[in-house]
Design a protein around this ligand. Sequence first.
Ligand code: PMP
Length: 291
Amino acid sequence: MSKIYIDGSIVDEAEAKISVFDHGLLYGDGIFEGIRFYAGRVFKLKEHIDRLFDSARAIHLTLTWTRAEVTEALLETIRANELKDGYIRLVVTRGVGSLGLSPYLCEKPSLIIIASKISLYSEEKYRDGLCLITCGTRRPGPAALSPSVKSLNYLNNILAKIEALQAGCEEGVILNEQGFVAECTGDNIFIVKNGEVFTPPVTAGSLDGITRLAVMEIVRELGYSLSEPMMTRYDIYTADECFLTGTAAEVIPAVRYDQRPIGDGKPGPVTLRCTESFHKLTQSSGTPIYN
Ligand code: PMP
């Protein structure tokens, strides 16, 4: 049974409970992070903590802990579970309030940290690649909730994911209101064409993915040209390679899109090189958990 951090205590999973009046539950009013740790080190911890604090500021949620306190709570939770490799779900809810929207009536935010394992796709998918479709569910425009906020409102993504799964695909490509490619339901997207690498800009409507940024650095280090143009479905239809990035998914090839093979329908050489470098980076960097 796993040990869960909840508001200053580490308790058994069965004891980790929140109120039914928590606005995180009633309204999806809260934020979260998904973080991986490898070989006893937390990958890109500072980046995740920074994004959490930015998400909080963006939704006017005053965190009652410092960055150092959140970091220590996170490390403590992993230690309590005696894990070296795994996945952390860190959730901040607005806290207990009344049956009305106002966040100002909520007493204090709650911090929940789960240290566990995650495996989104089978080994074959990492070897052979995913199937993608275009989702009808669009990414709302920039005047709505910003996709940069990693909020507890994932229904837009979940509806898109349902479409992909019902079509027999593992992931779906989400377009923005103008029809440009934003990202996938839980991952950022990259394509390769004639040896050059492309990923949509965050302003097209994606989360500012931490894996995306790490992979962009890897792409440059490997000597490929990299740019962030607005992309349409045509760019994916005519790409040589495609891959997705995310903390949970890591780097995974995509080989079919809207019933068409991408390139020759097999994971390509640039994807494989980026995947290999990414794995090396995860094994050789990060914040130590056990000193
Ligand atoms: N886009 C969405 C919608 C996500 O939820 C995630 C995280 N699962 C990503 C992209 C990838 O972001 P990161 O690399 O920071 O995990």
